[in-house]
Design a protein around this ligand. Structure first.
Ligand SMILES: Cc1cc2nc3c(=O)[nH]c(=O)nc-3n(C[C@H](O)[C@H](O)[C@H](O)COP(=O)(O)OP(=O)(O)OC[C@H]3O[C@@H](n4cnc5c(N)ncnc54)[C@H](O)[C@@H]3O)c2cc1C
Ligand code: FES
Length: 260
């Protein structure tokens, strides 16, 4: 697999919600190769381990990559201090990305919290690839204060927002609106990214309706390129259980292959 490692110019790095940042990087060599669902390993100051951040959007003609990240610890805190016009060292694109069947005509996108960014670019690409396609999004957040990218999604597709505490949008989990969307018909593929319990629940809904479901898994990572085995998750193939590397075999898996 070919990937790029270099310093790139930051076009902007701004806070879009309390503790959530949106960064746009001028990196034509990465943008040219990148696909929705892949991720970038970001060098964060003196930290020996890079931090994996998903690609939110790719603009191949402008040569830029957008990422949306939440400040969780020292690495992402360091990223949040980067200035417009400065440089950032990126390694990527990494991972497999979404591989949606060409015959698909209706997709449901299910994002939870900081799992919503990687699905935005996937939804845009899905619609751009075929004008006969439709797409709906169900986005779940803890509370109103954690809602991100709602306007970005609404500009692309029908969007339902849920919150766990009912402080914004619909009260409750993403699975109920997802079931409602499926009941309306036309959905033949589901893609999801978010906390593992949400992914498992979405996988169960997809399986119950016989809809192909792809999940983007998150694991703590070391190298990000398949060398250290820090990121393995349990999968199955032809009835055999095995360990797969989220960084290279994933992060996107057919949900039927994941051992929850
Ligand atoms: C493939 C992939 C894509 C990702 N995409 C995004 C993204 O688009 N936006 C974003 O904000 N974050 C994303 N993450 C999570 C992000 O990598 C971590 O939040 C980040 O590495 C934390 O680094 P830190 O130094 O700030 O915090 P650390 O001090 O390293 O960790 C702080 C806390 O964050 C949590 N954490 C750290 N790493 C992970 C992880 N890999 N998965 C889940 N929780 C973690 C742990 O609870 C930990 O206690 C992604 C992770 C993976 C594996
Ligand atoms: S992070 Fe090293 S093998 Fe996946």
């Amino acid at each position: 697999m070919k990937f790029i490692q270099d310093d790139f110019k930051i076009l902007y790095n701004r806070e879009i919600q309390n503790g959530f940042f949106d960064i746009l990087v001028d990196c034509p060599s990465i943008a040219e190769r990148a696909r929705p669902g892949q991720f970038i390993n970001v060098l964060c100051g003196e930290k020996p381990l890079r931090r994996p951040i998903s690609i939110c959007e790719i603009d191949k003609s402008a040569g830029s990559i957008r990422m949306v990240y939440q400040v969780r610890g020292e690495g992402t805190e360091w990223m949040s201090g980067l200035c417009d016009g400065g440089t950032i060292n990126l390694l990527g694109p990494l991972g497999n990305g979404f591989n949606i069947p060409a015959k698909s005509r209706g997709m449901a996108v299910v994002g939870g919290g900081i799992g919503t960014p990687p699905l935005l670019g996937a939804a845009k690409q899905y619609l751009a690839d075929n004008s006969e396609r439709s797409c709906t999004a169900v986005l779940g957040f803890r509370s109103a204060a954690a809602v991100i990218l709602e306007d970005d999604y609404r500009a692309v597709c029908d969007t339902v927002v849920t919150t766990d505490d009912g402080s914004y949008g619909r009260h409750g989990l993403v699975t109920l609106p997802l079931e409602e969307q499926i009941a309306q018909g036309g959905i033949d593929v589901i893609i999801a990214c978010g906390p593992t319990p949400m992914l498992k629940a979405v996988a169960e809904v997809g399986a119950a309706h016989g809809i192909t479901t792809f999940v983007s898994m998150e694991q703590r990572m070391g190298c990000g390129v398949g060398a250290c085995l820090a990121c393995v998750c349990k999968t199955r193939l032809a009835g055999e259980e095995m360990y797969s590397k989220v960084c290279t075999h994933g992060p996107v898996f057919n949900a039927s292959r994941v051992v929850w």
